[in-house]
Design a protein around this ligand. Structure first.
Ligand SMILES: [Zn+2]
Length: 353
């Protein structure tokens, strides 16, 4: 299959600090992730392209990797509500915006997706509220309840720091408009205006994105759980992918980035020293516990967690570091916590039968 490769630089570090679930020390390059967005117009994954799936293969430009991550985040969010206090309307669609593309690629993004006219629907999760309402990948979203979606700036004017701004503003607007009520979406489909009524499904406040990067990493910025394409290559199946995303989602649900900020835990090398390290480690343990509960609720194989962490530590963190300097639990501590939590969940399940 011929695929065009776009360079899509997204600068997460500008708007949000990476939270550092990476096992290697955070490198400066992560502050300016370089994204490679693979646009494959002929790619056909999933059955939820709505009207465009029949006889219009050009319209089926859903991207397999984004779709896969979105589907897993959606499943964790919608089934895990018993374990999360922070909830929000879960829509089941992902948008992409002109600002997220490198300047050199924007003409192509406009030609192919019409992103100069609105936000593009990048992926629609099968069975989600969006799929049921009839939204399809390739649609352009213009407004919600009459409120226009934020527009991408003039390409010549937008700077690197704007790359994620429009995307995050659009997500926030949609959540705000859908809180406790249905929303009417004004959509352009192959140039034709249509209205779609979307009924909210309340789920955990989980937002996930795939970031193109050659570094295997995943992080949480308080709102988004983000994993890199390199990490996506590393996971062996959907259960492992869910382990990664559930862990990052758990950090956000537990407001860990804000807590560490309030505790003045610094980034960089001082993060791994003394009290700072132990504060970060305790967030890691809490995230692991909640992640297992989310995975359990969503019906993922909890048995995937330990083999995944073992492979990750072996590959990226082969040299044990003294506990005083570790921001992450040792592999043995992590395995112990996972076994204990799975034991508790199994007992609670047995108790409810
Ligand atoms: Zn973590």
């Amino acid at each position: 299959m011929k695929t065009n490769v776009f360079i899509r630089p997204l600068h997460f570090g500008v708007h949000s600090r990476e939270f550092g679930c990476n096992l290697k020390p955070m490198s400066a390059s992560l502050l300016t992730l370089t994204m490679l967005a693979m646009l494959a117009p002929q790619e056909s994954v999933g059955q939820n392209h709505g009207a465009r799936s029949q006889g219009t293969p050009e319209g089926s430009y859903l991207r397999a990797a984004d779709f896969r991550v979105a589907t897993i985040v959606h499943r964790l969010a919608t089934r895990g509500t018993a374990f999360c206090d922070a909830t929000h309307p879960v829509t089941g669609f992902l948008l992409h915006h002109l600002d997220e593309y490198a300047h050199a690629d924007r003409a192509e993004a406009v030609r192919r997706f019409g992103l100069d006219k609105g936000a593009g629907v990048l992926a629609v999760v099968a069975g989600s509220a969006a799929a049921q309402a009839g939204l399809a990948a390739g649609d352009l979203l213009l407004s919600i309840n009459g409120v226009q979606l934020p527009r991408s700036g003039e390409p010549s004017k937008s700077s690197a720091r704007d790359h994620r701004k429009v995307a995050e503003e659009a997500d926030a607007l949609i959540e705000q408009q859908m809180r406790g009520r249905s929303a009417t979406l004004e959509v352009s489909r192959m140039g034709e205006p249509i209205s779609i009524v979307l009924k909210p499904v309340i789920g955990c406040a989980a937002r996930g994105r795939l970031a193109r990067s050659s570094q295997a990493n995943a992080f949480a910025d308080g709102r988004y759980a983000i994993m890199t394409t390199k990490m996506l290559e590393f996971v062996q199946n959907d259960d492992e992918l869910a382990v990664v995303m559930a862990h990052e989602i758990a950090h956000n649900l537990l407001a860990h980035p804000a807590r560490l900020e309030a505790q003045k835990v610094p980034h960089g090398i001082l993060r791994g020293i003394g009290k700072n390290a132990s504060r970060v480690r305790s967030t890691e343990e809490e995230a692991d516990r909640l992640a297992l509960k989310l995975l359990w609720s969503a019906g993922y194989d909890l048995g995937a967690a330990i083999p995944f962490w073992r492979r990750l530590y072996t590959r990226y963190d082969p040299i044990p570091v003294p506990k005083l300097f570790r921001t992450h639990p040792s592999l043995s501590a992590r395995e112990r916590l996972i076994r204990d939590t799975i034991g508790q969940l199994s007992r609670s399940e047995a108790g409810t039968r």
